[in-house]
Design a protein around this ligand. Structure first.
Ligand code: DC
Length: 236
């Protein structure tokens, strides 16, 4: 069957990754969590003193970008590819509220974006990829056959994120998580380089009142339609 490129963009904590992972597994596609790549760069910056409480040494990070190697390795137990920073599995360490607090700032740096976008385009060069992020349908794969834009109210998203963090044992309070979600929305949507905007040809899915199952069904149906259409086009 013909393979397509599926771009899933949207605000933070809209459940993009959960749906994208499951969709990739269902279609036999590669899943790439582009947000994890920005998070890994942020973790590196924190570990190497380029980010401290109120201070972000952007130039220091830029001059060290060559020392950052990000890769993904499939974990058969979990059923998806986990992210590695310089060969160390950082899948859990990149999901803390600390990293979430700084990642949007790191993602405004054009030098970081340039490097990560090239790597993302390389991951998708053979199609058969589901990638989620903020600029996948607009910058990374402007020609993606299917573009989905996920959205939900900030409160719903914060509640989901809060539950997730508590479940893994992180001591966080709901107000902090909500504040982080709103701040990131603002930074992500107003930055100069590749801001979060819906591509003209994207399909909007508001999942404020949808279960994960319903979301998945919607996205799977859209994907199957596009794959069939693309298959027909190729045969004619
Ligand atoms: O999807 P996420 O919440 O893990 O993403 C973390 C941050 O990375 C998000 O606040 C913005 C940034 N990001 C981006 O700028 N471009 C992407 N393609 C993916 C994420």
């Amino acid at each position: 069957m013909t393979k397509i490129t599926i771009a899933i963009d949207g605000f933070s904590s809209t459940g993009k990754s959960t749906v994208a992972k499951r969709l990739a597994a269902e279609l036999g596609y590669v899943y790439v969590d582009s947000g994890a790549m920005y998070r890994a760069v942020t973790l590196y910056a924190m570990q190497h003193g380029f980010i401290e409480t109120d201070c972000f040494d952007k130039e220091g990070l830029i001059s060290n970008l060559d020392h950052i190697k990000i890769s993904f390795k499939f974990n058969p137990e979990k059923g998806f590819a986990e992210v590695y920073l310089n060969d160390e599995n950082v899948e859990k360490n990149i999901r803390t509220l600390e990293v979430s607090k700084f990642v949007s700032q790191v993602a405004t740096v054009s030098e970081v974006r340039e490097q990560l976008v090239l790597q993302q385009q390389n991951f998708g060069k053979d199609k058969g990829v589901v990638m989620d992020g903020r600029d996948i349908g607009t910058v990374v794969f402007p020609d993606a056959e299917l573009k989905i834009f996920m959205t939900a109210s900030a409160e719903k998203r914060a509640k989901r994120r809060y539950d997730e963090l508590r479940e893994r044992g992180d001591e966080v309070c709901y107000e902090d998580v909500l504040h982080n979600v709103q701040t990131r929305d603002h930074i992500d949507s107003t930055r100069e380089d590749s801001p979060l905007v819906m591509a003209d040809d994207a399909i909007k899915v508001d999942n404020s009142n949808m279960s994960l199952e319903e979301q998945f069904e919607v996205v799977l149906e859209l994907s199957e339609e596009k794959i069939k259409l693309q298959h027909k086009k190729k045969r004619h």
